[in-house]
Design a protein around this ligand. Structure first.
Ligand code: ATP
Length: 432
């Protein structure tokens, strides 16, 4: 990360190059909600694929895709109806609203400098809606504030319909909604966001060992995706800080320009969720242990990371400004697997467009590639550097005769010539 990197630079880059746009911008926007443009959507898919691969690599883990709407009972059982609120306070002078745990209300308002606070009230963060059109017959429902509950309420369906054996995990990627009091820091705290969550079901006696194992695996994931080790740390929750469902918890934090903040939470949820759903639904969610010939309710280790928060982390972590041939360039040194575009095909002049187009047409069957024909070659390199494209292939004056292209590496800017027939091998190697 560049030392003078600010959030504003990232926001501007995201808008300029089509990674992220404020949602409903032509109508003035909507606070805490964003749309992802072509590069952003592609990069998100790459992150999701990387995550799925990592979460399944050492353990048996199955994927599900649960619903976003849930009936009130689900959220009563999970504890969200009673507990999912943040303390809120307003400045009566300038009307600015704060999360009361984020400011010191013994001091003046950071915005207007006066000290005229309302009482601290609890603000419930779930989005509530009504199902059905008939008055008096409608049912309360909520947009899910986390994806995890879809996993717990489907636990029995999954063990009876799939060939999973304990211990195993159920993973899910999907939207979650929280009416945050103060959405801020761009994708860091949103009202509509996406989570990547995995609930690992095991016996109570193995749960602490799995907690340690998963924590280690998740740290290894960040290493494999290219996040700077020095910018990550683990923060264990003290007993007082634990969420209502947690027995043990450790956050993996990243050093953002606005401070160390949670990126992922690893939680030991014990049998809290399954037991709650057993109690409220009256259904048996236990499993039968062949060894002891007894039924038991599994314990759960959860790994939960926000896709958008990780997306933002990767942008911060890979952003560099350096000088190449006397010119400053912006470059996203993303892991090639995460880069939205894997390679750019650049015909040196208009005369080479047709031949370059042929290479492009072939490559795009298997890779996310782009053909860029306009501007000087230097300008085109910079355009690709700024969006993290790891490789540029230039079709030049000699290519017709030697059947080779010039390969230019994003990070080192080094160039070499390779045979056109070896382009796919070259790409496969950097994407391995
Ligand atoms: P925070 O303390 O930052 O509010 P949390 O402890 O409430 O987070 P969890 O409920 O554990 O978060 O959610 C798991 C993950 O989901 C977080 O680690 C984070 O990456 C992501 N996440 C949570 N809330 C948001 C949000 N409002 N916007 C974007 N990502 C979020």
């Amino acid at each position: 990360m560049a030392s003078d990197l600010t959030l504003d630079k990232i926001v501007a880059l995201c808008k300029r190059r089509g990674f992220v746009f404020p949602s409903a911008e032509i109508y003035g926007g909507i606070n805490g909600v964003y749309d992802f443009g072509p590069l952003g959507a592609q990069m998100r898919n790459n992150i999701k694929n990387f995550w799925i691969k990592s979460i399944k690599s050492n353990h048996d883990v199955v994927l599900i895709d649960g619903s976003i709407l849930g009936p009130e009972k689900v959220w009563t059982a999970s504890g969200h109806i009673d507990n999912f609120s943040d303390p809120m306070v307003d400045c009566q002078q300038c009307k600015k609203r704060y999360r009361a745990d984020e400011i010191d209300i013994n001091k003046s308002c950071p915005n207007c400098g006066r000290k005229n606070w309302t009482d601290v009230r609890q603000f419930h963060m779930m989005f509530k809606t009504q199902l059905g059109a008939l008055e008096g017959h409608s049912q309360n429902a909520y947009l899910r504030p986390e994806t995890a509950q879809a996993i717990f309420i489907n636990f029995k369906n999954i063990i009876t319909s799939s060939r999973v054996k304990m211990p195993f995990g159920i993973a899910q990627i999907g939207k979650a909604f929280r009416n945050e009091i103060t959405p801020k820091q761009f994708l860091f705290r949103m009202r509509e966001f996406e989570q990547m969550e995995m609930e690992f079901f095991c016996k109570a006696e193995d749960s602490e060992q799995f907690f340690t194992e998963w924590l280690k695996e998740r740290i290894a994931f960040y290493d494999s995706i290219g996040v700077d080790k020095n910018k990550l740390r683990q923060k264990e929750h003290s007993k007082e800080d634990l969420a209502h469902y947690a027995k043990m918890a450790t956050d993996i934090e990243y050093n953002f320009p606005f401070g160390w903040k949670e990126l992922e939470g690893i939680h030991h949820r014990s049998d809290f969720d399954l037991k709650q759903h057993i109690e409220l639904s009256g259904k048996d969610l236990s499993v039968f242990d062949e060894e002891s010939k007894q039924s038991y309710v599994p314990y759960v280790i959860e790994c939960s990371v926000g896709l958008d928060r990780l997306f933002l982390t990767l942008l911060f972590d890979s952003y560099c400004e350096d000088t190449v041939e006397g010119e400053t360039r912006t470059v996203l040194k993303l892991n090639p697997k995460i880069s939205p575009i894997k390679a750019a095909i650049l015909p040196l002049t208009k005369k080479q467009v047709e031949s370059a187009q042929k290479i492009y047409n072939e490559l795009k069957q298997n890779y996310e590639v782009t053909l860029d024909v306009s501007g000087s070659i230097g300008k085109r390199y910079r355009r690709q550097d700024e969006i993290g494209t790891p490789i540029c292939f230039t079709y030049d004056f000699d290519s017709d005769t030697d059947n080779k292209v010039t390969v230019r590496d994003r990070d080192t800017t080094k160039q070499e010539r390779i045979s056109i027939d070896h382009i796919s091998d070259y790409l496969n190697k950097i994407l391995k």
